[in-house]
Design a binder for this molecule. Structure first.
Ligand code: FAD
Length: 403
């Protein structure tokens, strides 16, 4: 059987893989993007996706630079201008306001389905990118000068580079023989969409409970998307109870900040873990996004880190083409690994530290974290730096597409 030949095959057309394909659009590389799940059609009345992401300013710049942002705004995106975080175990509180740092907003809350579809539709417009969807990568073997691949339906492909953008259970990572480190948090995140009695005021709210953080994320149409991280037993209970009982428990857990919960949508839950690949690259293989690292959703940064991976890898590959180098060569791919691994590890450590700090019932820890929150809240320069870092406007070596 004849093999279709590409320079780059990207396994996984989730947000990160699709963004990478767009970032390589209009380059001299022939790119194939494989996505296993068929695309849904989004229409004006389509129900709000259970999965939403807090998108940083840096990520929004990437979407705009690759020409996918207009596709998202044409459907629906919601800005958030303020963030309010407080500790259930004391008086600790911190408030971020975009106006205080001279910015129009802190970021956007966007449904994952909308981000992914806009990126895939944009990818399809590039003459050098071919979208295979639905198509599952079933097998890959690395040879000296190329990777041979077989799709689930028997079609065969080959490429100089295979990128694993296939999520936390990455098969590409497995085929490359890359191990991961990490641990389960013994928590699940319950997600749903709710209506609230009071307006959300374009504010992202998060209350740290002893069992895990509870976030209310403001949506474009006045609803809130909920991410309630808690023990597996409580998560199972929250999924099993009737909507009215859920509304009451949610309002109570949130201290009635937005009044009564007036509507509850479908509910789902995701187990939470921290995971980090020991290597991001092997000869002819690179890993991006959740295939390389999985973080706790408390800081809303998982996909933002993945988008920086995609932008950095695209920049490294474009540099290699300009220098007439082999894009699958280990020494080329190592540039990407050196660029992103340290930064990702630092962020993983910080988010894990937050998770542990706020999960601790020990009185001295509770006292310290409350003092820390209030002190940071009162120290404008530190607070502003934190906000700018979370927005992707400070810290780290940003890829060109994110600047
Ligand atoms: C509850 C929750 C809330 C979160 N909130 C935020 C947030 O607010 N902000 C944020 O930045 N991050 C957030 N995250 C993290 C974020 O969702 C992930 O980091 C992000 O989805 C990872 O994207 P990805 O494209 O790397 O992987 P995935 O989203 O897992 O996509 C992988 C894709 O690959 C496809 N695939 C897999 N195997 C194959 C194969 N063999 N062949 C072809 N295709 C394949 C899959 O169908 C899928 O589409 C949250 C996570 C959770 C659990």
């Amino acid at each position: 059987m004849e093999r279709d030949g590409y320079d780059v095959v990207i396994a996984g057309g989730g947000i990160v893989g699709a963004a990478l394909a767009c970032a390589l659009g209009d380059s001299s590389l022939r790119v194939a993007l494989l996505e296993g799940t068929p695309l849904e059609r989004i229409q004006p009345g389509t129900e709000i996706d259970l999965r939403v992401s807090a998108i940083s300013r840096a990520s929004q710049r990437i979407f705009a630079a690759v020409g996918a942002w207009d596709g998202m705004t044409a459907w629906r995106v919601g800005p958030f201008r303020e963030m309010d975080v407080w500790d259930a175990g004391g008086s600790g509180h911190i408030h971020f306001d975009s106006a205080a740092i001279g910015e129009p907003l802190l970021g956007w809350i966007i449904e994952n389905r909308i981000i992914q579809t806009a990126l895939l539709e944009r990818a399809r417009q590039f003459p050098n990118v071919e979208l295979y969807c639905p198509a599952t990568l079933g097998l890959a073997s690395v040879r000296e000068t190329e990777v041979h691949m077989q799709l689930g339906d028997g079609r065969e492909l080959c490429a100089h580079l295979l990128v694993g953008a296939d999520g936390s259970n990455s098969r590409v990572r497995h085929w490359a023989g890359v191990d991961t480190g990490g641990w389960g948090y013994d928590q699940k995140a319950v997600v749903t969409t709710v209506g609230t009695e009071k307006p959300h005021e374009e504010t992202a709210w998060q209350r740290f409970l002893p069992t895990g953080p509870l976030a209310f994320l403001p949506l474009h149409d006045g609803h809130c998307s909920i991410v309630w991280s808690t023990t597996p037993a409580q998560a199972d209970h929250l999924l099993a109870i009737e909507g009215d009982a859920f509304a009451l428990e949610l309002a109570e857990a949130f201290e009635w900040r937005l009044g009564r919960i007036t509507e509850v949508g479908a509910r789902g839950a995701f187990p939470l873990r921290l995971q980090h690949a020991h290597a991001y690259v092997k000869p002819r293989i690179a890993l991006v996004g959740d295939a390389a690292h999985v973080v706790h959703p408390l800081a809303g940064q998982g996909v933002n880190l993945g988008l920086l991976d995609a932008a950095a890898l695209a920049e490294v590959l474009q540099g290699a083409i300009a220098a007439r180098q082999d894009i699958g060569a280990f020494k080329v791919l190592r540039r990407y690994e050196r660029w992103r691994k340290g930064d990702n590890l630092l962020m993983l450590g910080i988010f894990d530290g937050f998770k542990r700090l706020f999960g601790s019932p020990l009185p001295p820890v509770r006292l310290l974290r409350n003092l820390g929150l209030n002190l940071t809240d009162a120290t404008e320069p530190v607070k502003n730096l934190l906000a700018r870092r979370a927005m992707g406007l400070a810290g780290g070596d940003l890829p060109r597409l994110a600047r």
